[in-house]
Design a protein around this ligand. Structure first.
Ligand code: 26V
Length: 818
């Protein structure tokens, strides 16, 4: 891509020497016996040199300029590999490639040696990573705060079609991008009791005496913006046992006890929770949440006060964004720090808290809405529980003062849920403690106003706003698809690289241009061949690059409806079997994604995909016209390989349930056409790309809601009306794809017949018709590629730079540079 800018030989020589120096003195290897991973490390350390100067300078000039800082608190940062990202943003990519070439080393091999940092589950974590890159690019002074999990999201393998989980070990060979900061070690308490004291001025104060203490140690990773516009910090906390306590116990002879305490403390940053909706409510998870929130807030307050600034100026200098409710305990923790450590009065502390915090909601799924049992909170965080009760009391009093006495309303907006055992509602806490609450697509924000936050929204109508998600084009276009980027640069000029959001629009004028269309088709074929090679290596399945690559890659979840896609695959298969001679369009259905380890239904869907694949791929009547592949271990790196090779992007969630989606944007950016429901950001994508350039089908969110409300979950009518669906259900349910266990899917199919909460049967015919429209268009290459070019041309608005600009201007009130 940036190959067109030939590197200066002197720069190449300097960089080469730097890499060799690092290899010898830091990695301890000679060029002759270095493995790919050694080269990766040397290269990363060499690149680091170029980052550090800018990094230091950035932080000092922010202090000097008294600029406001953004703190993005997130339990997840799904960063993936960083080598190409960093080299490319530093402008060193071609220099590094050439330097390695001169050393007889292939940059591509070195790239693959970097572990994929999977400190996140899916969309929410990846969004945080895209946001970090965009903030650096827009030169917004920002810190990301999270946990340095020793084990990120589990590695998925497939054994006999079933998902197996293995621990992920990204830190086995160290991490050359991080800087350990042992001097930045913050004390975190749990448990114990709260005492009332009298302050020196006679005022009443509360003192929390935790029973347990541990330390949070900072590890910093620099985040480089495009062309080094800004260099920010991702500060991840690692839990360590408290040294002094350990020593005391050791000296007292209690060796095992001391070690057990340390292990308990350190378990907090051991592993990422591998669920994106279930498994909420576990104590370790609450400990993780409080651990990183407390460390981050103490750290940022220290930085603020260290600059000689008063607490009263906190909102002027600091904006804290809560990524979902996972860091919502920040509301109570910031109050605690201001009240108990800094002796502010309640009103002032509350004013500062609300003015500093803001909160993003990422899901409406009831099972993902966090709430913690009051009893657990009282045991683990007794002072916070007191503060939450007080916040609640003031909140309810204020409503009564406004003459609001409706009991049902007061119950609904309370921080405490009374009927399900007593629990603290973290969504309500985050809402009340923030000056801004946002959703992640227009539809999702509207549904937030109408559902989860209906009553709070009525009381605070100005608080909710929408910030539609975006993705970073540097990673998802420039790096993932250098061929297409090269083509776009030829067509639109290299200025595209600096302003893709706007420049891409220039492509519209070329959408009908046969040469541009041919270019798109050629680069796609190239990426498909590359993916086909990966599939053959990993799965031993050969793919036809002329076939339509129909792709659904994302977490496996019932609401995302991989099962609807599989029903379509089965129906296609039956069509072929019923009429083998009819002309057909060759199609490859590609799936990838992880299921939460305890989510049985999702794991069964993975098994079904693999069962269908085995039967269909081996059936001689099919003659390769239909292939089904499930590629194991979906992660950021695999996404980078799959997305640029997709012809068709499946975004088929039950309307109303996908908050936004972000892979939908990545696919469209790379010129894939979307088949999708009017859900999440698909709605806005279809408005901008033009309905004629994607394939929209199915019930709307309103229609889904109406059906659910009417209790119409039995699908007998729909099934009777669709012989195709009937036959597909019959085949799956009776064991056609599971001859070894004919009843494996009987219950699954019965569920679809009688309790189809996700509306698969209700949407099946519409989906089938939409897929037929896909095939019709695919048969007319000029029209297909015209639409593909328009997808790339019109999707610029979905850049995370645009999203971040909106957060900066409307929520954080920080100036945007870059
Ligand atoms: C919930 C839980 C609950 C307990 C255990 C661990 C855990 C981890 C994550 C979550 C929240 C999941 C919410 C989420 O990932 N939402 C996704 O956010 C994307 C970025 O805004 C958006 O594009 C997706 O549509 C949305 O599903």
């Amino acid at each position: 891509m940036q190959g067109s800018s030939t590197p200066v030989p002197e720069q190449v020589e300097n960089f080469k020497q730097e890499v060799l120096t690092r290899l010898r003195y830091d990695v301890g290897k000679d060029a002759a016996d270095a493995y790919a991973h050694d080269w990766f490390e040397a290269l990363a350390l060499a690149a680091r040199r170029y980052i550090v100067d800018g990094w230091d300078e950035a932080s000092h000039s922010i202090d000097r300029g008294r600029r406001k800082r953004v703190y993005y608190l997130s339990l997840e940062f799904l960063i993936g590999r960083l080598l190409i990202d960093n080299l490319s943003n530093l402008g060193l990519l071609e220099i590094a490639r050439e330097a390695l070439l001169q050393l007889g080393v292939d940059l591509e091999q070195v790239r693959l040696a970097e572990p994929d940092a999977a400190l996140g589950n899916g969309g929410l974590g990846r969004l945080a990573a895209c946001f970090m890159e965009s903030m650096a690019t827009l030169d917004i002074p920002a810190y990301g705060y999270g946990i340095r999990y020793e084990h990120g999201l589990f590695r998925q393998s497939i054994a006999d079609g079933w998902q197996q989980e293995q621990p992920e070990t990204w830190l086995d060979f160290g991490n050359p991008w991080e800087f350990e900061r042992p001097e930045c070690s913050i004390s975190i308490g749990f448990g114990g009791s709260v005492y009332a004291l009298n302050g020196s001025d006679g005022s009443a104060r509360q003192h929390w005496e935790p029973m347990e203490r541990l330390r949070a140690v900072a590890y910093d990773m620099p985040i480089v913006g495009w062309r080094r516009a800004g260099v920010n910090t991702l500060r991840l906390w690692r839990a360590r046992g408290e040294e002094t306590l350990k020593l005391d116990r050791f000296n007292a002879g209690d060796h095992l006890g001391a070690v057990a305490d340390t292990a308990r403390a350190e378990s907090i940053s051991r592993v990422l929770y591998p669920a994106d909706s279930t498994e909420a409510g576990q104590e370790l998870r609450l400990r993780q949440e409080y651990f990183f929130v407390s460390a981050s807030l103490q750290d940022l307050l220290q930085r603020h006060l260290g600059q000689g600034l008063a607490l009263a100026s906190l909102p002027a200098r600091v904006a804290i964004q809560l990524n979902d409710t996972h860091p919502a305990i920040a509301v109570a923790e910031l109050m605690r720090l201001l009240l108990d450590d800094h002796y502010l009065q309640w009103e002032q502390a509350w004013g500062l808290t609300v003015a500093t915090l803001s909160y993003t909601n990422h899901t409406l799924l009831p099972e993902a809405l966090e709430s913690w049992p009051v009893a657990l909170m009282e045991r683990l965080l007794p002072r916070h529980m007191q503060i939450i009760y007080l916040v609640n009391a003031f909140h309810i009093d204020a409503l009564r003062a406004k003459d609001i006495h409706d009991f049902a309303l007061l119950r609904a907006v309370s921080l405490i849920e009374e009927d399900n055992g007593r629990r603290v509602r973290m969504g309500n806490l985050a809402f009340l403690g923030s000056h801004s609450v946002n959703g992640v697509s227009a539809l999702h924000t509207e549904l937030m106003r109408e559902t989860v936050f209906r009553d709070l929204h009525r009381l605070y109508p100005a608080r909710i706003s929408n910030k539609t998600n975006g993705v970073t084009f540097r990673r998802w276009l420039f790096q993932a698809n250098p061929e297409l980027t090269g083509l776009l640069c030829e067509c639109l000029g290299r200025e595209l690289l600096d302003d893709p959001e706007r420049r891409l629009r220039g492509l519209e004028a070329h959408a009908g241009d046969a040469a541009v269309q041919r270019g798109f088709a050629q680069q796609r074929r190239h990426n498909k061949a590359r993916l086909a090679q990966l599939v053959e290596e990993r799965l031993g399945i050969r793919l036809d690059v002329e076939a339509l690559f129909d792709v659904q890659v994302k977490r496996i979840h019932e609401y995302k409806r991989q099962l609807l896609n599989l029903l379509h695959a089965v129906a296609l298969y039956q069509d072929i079997r019923n009429d083998p001679a009819a002309p057909r369009l060759p199609r490859v259905k590609i799936f990838a994604g992880k299921a939460a380890p305890s989510y049985h239904q999702a794991k069964l869907i993975i098994k079904l995909a693999n069962d269908i694949a085995r039967i269909v791929n081996d059936d001689p009547t099919v003659r390769g016209l239909l292939k089904v592949v499930f590629i194991p271990n979906y992660n950021v790196s695999l996404a980078e390989a799959i997305i640029p090779a997709a012809d068709l992007s499946e975004q088929i969630s039950t309307a109303g349930l996908e908050a936004s989606g972000t892979s939908n944007m990545k696919f469209a950016l790379n010129g894939a056409l979307t088949i999708g429901t009017l859900d999440g950001a698909n709605v806005e994508m279809s408005e901008r790309i033009g309905l004629e350039n994607l394939f929209i089908f199915g019930l709307t969110a309103q229609q889904v809601e109406a059906r659910k409300h009417a209790g119409e979950l039995s699908m007998a009518g729909e099934i009777a009306a669709s012989p195709r669906l009937q036959e597909a259900l019959q085949a799956i349910g009776s064991g056609v794809f599971s001859p070894d266990d004919a009843n494996r899917y009987t219950a699954l199919v019965e569920g679809l017949r009688h309790d189809d909460r996700f509306m698969l049967c209700a949407d099946f015919e519409a989906y089938w018709q939409a897929q037929a429209r896909v095939e019709a268009l695919w048969r007319e290459p000029a029209r297909w590629w015209h639409a593909a070019v328009l997808n790339t041309a019109r999707v610029g608005w979905f850049s995370s730079d645009r999203t971040i600009r909106e957060y900066a201007e409307e929520i954080w009130k920080v100036p945007v540079g870059g």
